[in-house]
Design a binder for this molecule. Sequence first.
Ligand code: FES
Length: 68
Amino acid sequence: ICTHLGCIVKPTAAGFECPCHGSRFAKDGTVTGGPAPTPLGWLQVSAAGGAVIVDEAATVPAGTKVAV
Ligand code: FES
């Protein structure tokens, strides 16, 4: 979710881009262009039963790794 006004970002080869006002983010969520004031949030991810589960309501500190 874009940190400018909340649009849904799209993945690109370089990271992510916001379709609303053109903010761009590196793969780690760092702002690389546009009006977004802060990096993208990192979502909580877990693995269970061979599936990857992304909790869109829970953020974790940037750089957090998944333990398997
Ligand atoms: Fe993403 Fe404005 S909401 S750049």
